[in-house]
Design a protein around this ligand. Structure first.
Ligand code: SAM
Length: 290
């Protein structure tokens, strides 16, 4: 198998020119051109020859070559039709790669993992299209795709949001959702000059290692996430008012006040002050008492 060779400006430009490729802004296309960043991603993801890896958005195949080199098998899902013939060319020497021309948000990933890896946990590695970072991550978790870890390039600000706890302005529904399912760890900060074209924002690589056991016991996950969403929809309001005003919930004022008091929280507390444990406690109270 040829060593990965695309991760530099010269070879990337050569491929783009050969195929007269036109970047599509609407697909969030910023291709990696820095081999050090790719080495870091592969090391953080701890890929071995036992692993099946799912890549989202291979672009011209820069990261795919690294993954193919390190893993047993790779499936790469790409939405842009014009990249498919390019990938056929750049990945021709990598026999353990399957490129699938599809929208990741419409892909039955559980079925794919069943077919390709007998349903055993997979590693997801990607330089994500930033316009759909949250739906991709939430889709992987909520659809219960068997996953060991997700190592992804995202917008720096989004990586920070996944990692923080209460008391910071970045804390929100994404922080709680990610931390419910996984342990987040920022692995590297990546400046715009590592991409072609350069994004307007800073980027970071974050690794989400799935919890073996959930950190909290929740009777009704869906209810807890409805409560979390409602709490952060109106950040400046009290938790009681946010829950009362939510179209997704139908608790009475009295039920809400009782639940907040039961959890030992001040009546005027804001949702942004609650930990994951406190949201779980609140949700369990509603499950058992309403
Ligand atoms: N992995 C390549 C790299 O690092 O150079 C490209 C990364 S680029 C940030 C994101 C890639 O995701 C693009 O190739 C883009 O066409 C693809 N993409 C965007 N939306 C997608 C979707 N809904 N499903 C699958 N791929 C998508």
């Amino acid at each position: 198998m040829t060593r990965p060779y695309l991760a530099n400006p010269k070879n990337t430009i050569e491929v783009l020119q050969k195929y007269e490729f036109v970047f599509q802004k609407r697909f969030g296309q910023n291709f990696l051109i820095d081999s050090h960043v790719l080495d870091k991603i592969i090391a953080a993801a701890q890929i071995t020859k036992d692993d099946f890896v799912l890549e989202i958005g291979p672009g011209i195949g820069t990261m795919t070559q690294y993954l193919a080199f390190a893993a047993r098998e790779v499936a790469a899902i790409e939405i842009d039709r014009s990249l498919i013939p390019i990938l056929k060319d750049t990945l021709k020497e990598y026999e353990n790669v399957t490129v699938i021309h599809q929208d990741i948000l419409k892909t039955d990933i559980v079925k794919l993992v069943q077919e390709k890896n007998s349903g055993k946990p997979v590693k997801v590695v990607a330089n994500l299209p930033y316009y759909i970072t949250t739906p991709i991550i939430m889709g992987l978790f909520e659809k219960h795709v068997p996953i060991e870890s997700i190592t992804i390039m995202v917008q720096k600000e989004v990586a920070d949001r996944m990692q923080v706890g209460p008391g910071t302005k970045e804390y929100g529904a994404l922080s709680l959702a990610v931390q419910y399912y996984a342990e987040p760890e920022i692995v590297a900060n990546v400046p715009p000059n590592c991409f072609m074209p350069r994004p307007k924002v800073g980027s970071a690589v974050i690794k989400l290692t799935r919890h073996r056991e959930r950190p909290v016991d929740v009777e009704d996950e869906k209810l807890m996430f409805r409560i979390i969403r409602a709490s952060f929809n109106q950040r400046r309001k009290t938790l009681a008012n946010s829950l009362k005003n939510s179209s997704e919930l139908s608790f009475t004022k009295q039920q809400i006040e009782e639940a907040i008091a039961f959890c030992g929280l001040p009546a005027a507390v804001r949702g942004e002050a609650l930990t994951l444990q406190q949201f779980a406690q609140l949700s369990n109270y509603f499950s058992e008492n309403t």
